[in-house]
Write a protein that binds this ligand. Structure first.
Ligand code: CAA
Ligand code: FAD
Length: 379
């Protein structure tokens, strides 16, 4: 087993760290307060190659491995989890899904501008009554000549308003249950496609979460991904990798909070010494560091399995389940280490605590990860 980073990994990590410090840190509190999407920052992330990191260079991607992607996600999430969820959706749901299962025409037309960050994408599975229970899709796509007529509502869509391209999961043959679900590429601006209001959220407030309404939207047959009936497998396979991205996000949120708590503990004095000299604080730091390291190993393992072409479906579920719990635990403790200062925005840890919670909900709740893991181990 090799625990060494390659030079390329270190270069990617350092580039992401520098970018996050220089471009994401300034204004992160204001963007959170005002629920403002980091438009300029995401544009720069595209220019630096962070929006299509694993895509083949022939489609404008970075051609990097999943470990590099995880390292970049961690660094960006330490500072701004609203930016990193956009990055995660674009890289591991939209670009990955198109590169793996799209045809050449779709890759030329959609993957290239998505991988370069010229445009961004969204992944649309959840509905008002189909979240965890994702097979209960109500959105319908009915074949009509060389188009499908799309009707329905998608909920909670990240990059909902800023995206130009949406991967939409819909029923094409309800009688077949999940085997009658298909996947489509839907462009923004089509008649009948309405973006709902932005959600006002607890955390990742800068990210752009919207419901989407489709009323008789004409989607060309050429925009179906794979065969009819392939959509649910497409969504599940895509989410297997997406969960590595969210696990890395959780790891970054935890690491960011830990680094702030560590630095603060060495500065803040109480009872004639720094609080880091009190054993109660030392033990908190020890617990934080240990759980972060354990989460990191699970996240890297799932990334390495993916890079090796092995089954990573339940490894990514384990990584997300565990890292998201660590993100919650560590951010709560980081606020505690900061005392009253941790409860105000200026010290960043309260935002990280609010941001941490979503990692236990999206791309499959923690309960759903346990279903995925237990089914795999009982198989
Ligand atoms: N990988 C590959 N295939 C999978 C799979 C996985 N992880 N999980 C299920 N499948 C396949 C099954 O093999 C089965 O296929 P076959 O019938 O061909 O064998 C099919 O999917 C249906 O599976 P189940 O019979 O197990 O269906 P179920 O209804 O009992 O449970 C579920 C399925 C695992 C709970 C699934 O519905 C699920 O993952 N739900 C969570 C949905 C989710 O993660 N949504 C995230 C939305 S995107 C998002 O959130 C983005 C963001 O925030 C940034
Ligand atoms: P429900 O499925 O109603 O779950 C409610 C509770 O019941 C949860 O605790 C859940 O774990 C539990 N539960 C449900 N079923 C079971 C079971 N069988 N066993 C045990 N417990 C169970 N979706 C997208 O498609 N694309 C996106 O880009 C996207 N971005 C999102 C961004 C944000 C900020 C949020 C909040 C959500 C986003 N989602 C997105 C949706 C997200 O994936 C769903 O919210 C999530 O899958 C849970 O679905 P739900 O909200 O309907 O909860």
């Amino acid at each position: 087993m090799n625990f060494e980073y390659t030079e390329e990994h270190l270069a990617v990590r350092d580039a992401a760290r520098e970018f996050a410090q220089a471009e994401l840190l300034p204004g992160v509190i204001e963007r959170d307060t005002e629920a403002k999407f980091p438009t300029e920052q995401i544009k720069k992330m595209g220019e630096l190659g962070f929006m299509g990191m694993m895509v083949d260079p022939k489609y404008n991607g970075g051609g990097m491995d999943t470990v590099s992607y995880v390292l970049a996600m961690e660094e960006i999430s330490k500072i701004d989890a609203s930016a990193s969820v956009s990055m995660s959706v674009n890289n591991s749901l939209v670009c990955w899904g198109l590169e793996k299962y799209g045809n050449e025409e779709q890759k030329e037309k959609y993957l290239k501008p998505l991988a370069s960050g010229e445009i961004i994408g969204a992944f649309c599975l959840s509905e008002p009554e189909a979240g965890s229970d994702a097979t209960s899709q109500k959105t319908e796509a009915v074949l009509d000549g060389d188009h499908y007529i799309l009707n329905g509502t998608k909920n909670w869509i990240t990059n909902g308003n800023t995206a130009s391209v949406y991967l939409v999961i819909a029923q094409t043959d309800p009688a077949k249950g999940h085997k009658g679900i298909s996947a489509f590429i839907v462009e923004k601006g089509l008649d009948g496609f309405i973006v709902g209001k932005k959600e006002d959220k607890l955390g990742i407030r800068g990210s752009d979460t919207h419901s989407l309404m489709f009323t008789d939207v004409k989607v060309p047959v050429a925009n179906r991904i794979g065969e009819e009936g392939f959509g649910f497998t497409f969504a599940m396979e895509t989410l297997n990798g997406g969960r590595i991205g969210i696990a890395a996000q959780a790891l970054g949120i935890a690491s960011g909070a830990y680094e702030l708590a560590l630095a603060y503990s060495k500065e803040r004095k109480a009872f004639g010494k720094t609080i880091s000299q009190h054993q109660a604080i030392q033990f908190k730091l020890a617990d934080m560091a240990t759980s972060i390291e354990a989460a990191r190993l699970l996240v890297y393992k799932s990334a390495i399995l993916k890079d090796q072409g092995k089954d990573y479906s339940y490894a990514s579920a384990m990584a997300k389940l565990y890292a998201s719990q660590v993100a919650m635990d560590v951010t709560v403790e980081a606020v505690q280490v900061h005392g009253g200062y941790g409860y105000v925005k200026e010290y960043h840890v309260e935002r990280l605590m609010r941001d941490a919670k979503i990692t236990q909900i999206y791309e499959g709740t923690s309960e759903i990860q346990k279903i995925v893991i237990s089914r795999a181990i009982l198989r």
